[in-house]
Design a protein. Structure first.
Length: 185
């Protein structure tokens, strides 16, 4: 909980009662590697804050191939408050520890803490900017350049997640990734 409160305080101020309210609503859970936070076709009924571990957002293309779209590491929120079924899977790429809030409790926090929506909007804007920065350049480059940029943008992930996930993210085979890694060393 401490990590989440420190994270929120980077985006706005909270008094002791507000912190106590947030603390009373959150629950820590653990997910094992490969467990899903939400599966495609299901409605995400909770908000998660990643305390430890890495998630990946993935989907299956029309050929049935699994495509990793993005990785999300510590100190990020996972949420979909639209109450619509998810179009993607959010899967633990490593063992993960999360702080979770039911959508109902999150709504109560939002209705009680006056500046909450503003704080969450700042967090969302920053996350969106990071996501765009990480995704867009990958499309037009060769595989080696994409891998080097991946290592630059996600320096802590390379040794923490399976190579198959990285290859999927880069749009190459695992064999190609192994060749690239060997040539870089």
């Amino acid at each position: 909980m401490k990590e989440f409160i420190e994270y929120i305080l980077q985006y706005g101020n909270l008094n002791k009662q507000q912190i106590d309210l947030i603390t009373s609503k959150g629950t820590e859970i653990e997910l094992s590697k490969d467990d899903y936070f939400v599966e495609a076709g299901k409605v995400l009924r909770q908000v998660g804050f990643i305390i430890d571990g890495i998630f990946r957002i993935c989907y299956y293309n029309n050929k049935g191939e699994e495509i990793t779209k993005i990785f999300i590491e510590e100190n990020h929120l996972l949420f979909n408050l639209k109450n619509a079924p998810s179009t993607e899977y959010i899967q633990a790429a490593t063992d993960c520890k999360l702080l979770v809030f039911s959508n109902k409790d999150w709504k109560e926090i939002s209705e009680t803490i006056i500046d909450w929506e503003h704080i969450i909007q700042k967090i969302t804007n920053k996350s969106l900017a990071q996501k765009l920065e990480r995704v867009s350049p990958l499309v037009s480059q060769d595989a080696t350049t994409r891998y080097l940029e991946f290592m630059e943008k996600y320096p802590t992930l390379v040794n923490r997640i399976p190579l198959s996930y990285i290859a999927s993210y880069l749009g190459i085979t695992q064999q190609s990734l192994s060749r690239i890694r060997k040539n870089i060393r």
